[in-house]
Design a protein around this ligand. Structure first.
Ligand SMILES: Cc1cc2nc3c(=O)[nH]c(=O)nc-3n(C[C@H](O)[C@H](O)[C@H](O)COP(=O)(O)OP(=O)(O)OC[C@H]3O[C@@H](n4cnc5c(N)ncnc54)[C@H](O)[C@@H]3O)c2cc1C
Length: 407
């Protein structure tokens, strides 16, 4: 008998899982509660996503070729977006989620996935199948039956809740989209800014990302600092100062980000992908590529085991995932704790980004999603620079800009 898969959430992860399942001929239903408002997001996407998922370039608002990192004391490091072998494919894509998600969702439908608008309000997973209950936009409740469910429903994942799983520790990210006069936008033609400092982001970073007709300025705040998110954003705008003069607020948006991956991402007749599985990279807060990749990988494994979709079989997904990306996740988590741990480390982090090897390795990893191997000589050079920078910053504290401004 034909098997049916129900995907909760038709954003980047859910739509990619649906596309992959349909390419394997699997009957697929997507349940999505929000088809109008965009997922709050900075919309920075690596070129690997465009290559691996065959995405058209016209989804890109701007290609960022340069990242400006600004430390708490105002030190600036300008990092060219370039890998070991510089090429045309070196960029960070800036997209708007309303366009990007819409494209993926439509592609899933074109391949034959069904899209239902409604909010999941109940889920039972039994030995012989899955029963989901949802409420449609008119408030009417319905039942849906399927053989397997994929939870692609984000940081608050109702699917995970109905499976009895605990909440993950969550950060909050908040951003404003601000339309600027053309002359002001020129400053961000192909540059994205990252700001470090306790007053803008105590444990993550703040950003100014250029879109076609506006700038998205936002901050991330870890689980201990979520209450301060609005104030941190106000501080960021203060720090940006005249660069935002004449700006017109288009939208303020906020959402949670999971800060830890789940212990398990596959169960009897159920799988979790993307934010629902906690697959956001530390240091960057990047989750779009990871949601798409996990959606694809989960769907590939599921398609092989649809006749017996037990945890024993479906966990091939998480084993493959951690084998491929475990080292990268561990490294990025270490980097977040090391680089954003306190303001002195933020200064060291900013200085470290001047090292050419660090720049090359960072963008090889970000753009191509591979931990680029570093020869021992390169490692020695990087370690040397880091030690010198650590020593310099320990011996002489740099004054954060806000203290200079108060003085
Ligand atoms: C402010 C901010 C900035 C960010 N910036 C970046 C960035 O620049 N680059 C990057 O890579 N990542 C960024 N991220 C992270 C990125 O947005 C997420 O990691 C990514 O969207 C995860 O995709 P997903 O498909 O797993 O879940 P989501 O995109 O969160 O989608 C979940 C979907 O499930 C639906 N859903 C939820 N509950 C239900 C329900 N009960 N019934 C039916 N449907 C439901 C939602 O409506 C939504 O469409 C940012 C996040 C935030 C909050």
């Amino acid at each position: 008998m034909a098997q049916k898969v129900l995907i909760i959430g038709a954003s980047v992860g859910g739509a990619t899982a649906a596309i992959t399942l349909r390419e394997r001929g699997v009957e697929t239903l997507m349940l999505e509660k929000e088809l109008v408002k965009a997922k709050p997001c900075g919309g920075a996407v690596p070129p690997a996503a465009f290559r691996e998922f065959d995405l058209p370039q016209d989804l890109i608002d701007r290609k960022v070729k340069n990242c400006l990192i600004i430390s708490p004391s105002g030190q600036q490091t300008s990092v060219p977006v370039a890998g070991s072998v510089p090429g045309d494919d070196d960029y960070v894509a800036m997209v708007r989620r309303e366009i990007f998600d819409g494209f993926l969702r439509e592609r899933a439908q074109q391949r034959g996935a069904e899209l239902i608008q409604g909010s999941l309000i109940g889920l039972e997973v039994a030995r012989d199948g899955v029963l989901a209950r949802y409420r449609d936009p008119q408030g009417v409740e319905h039942d849906l039956r399927a053989d397997v469910v994929i939870g692609a429903d984000g940081a608050y994942s109702p699917t995970a809740k109905f499976l009895g799983l605990p909440n993950l520790p969550r950060a909050v990210a908040i951003q404003e989209r601000i339309a600027l006069p053309e002359a002001q936008m020129a400053r961000w033609q192909d540059t994205a800014d990252l700001y470090l400092g306790h007053e803008v982001s105590p444990d993550l970073y703040a950003w100014a990302f250029p879109k076609r007709d506006h700038i998205a300025v936002g901050i991330g705040a870890g689980p201990q600092h979520t209450q301060a998110a609005k104030q941190l954003l106000t501080n960021l705008k203060r720090r940006l100062g005249p660069a935002l003069d004449g700006g017109q607020l288009l939208l303020r948006e906020a959402h949670a980000l999971p800060m830890e991956p789940r212990k398990h991402m596959a169960f009897d007749r159920a799988m979790l992908i993307g934010d629902a599985a906690g697959l956001v990279a530390h240091t960057s807060g990047e989750g779009i590529y990871w949601a798409m990749k996990s959606g694809q990988m989960a769907a590939e494994v599921l398609a092989q085991h649809l006749d017996v979709p037990t945890a024993v079989h479906l966990r091939a997904y998480e084993r493959t995932w951690w084998k491929r990306y475990g080292t990268m996740y561990q490294f990025l988590r270490f980097l977040q704790r090391w680089g954003y741990g306190n303001e002195r480390q933020m200064e060291v982090f900013t200085e470290m980004c001047r090292n050419k090897d660090v720049q090359r390795l960072t963008f090889d990893s970000y753009m191509h999603k591979q931990m680029a191997p570093a020869p021992w000589l390169v490692q020695m050079r990087m370690t040397g620079d880091i030690i010198v920078s650590q020593a310099r910053n320990y011996l002489r504290r740099r004054t954060p800009l806000r203290e200079l401004q108060v003085a």
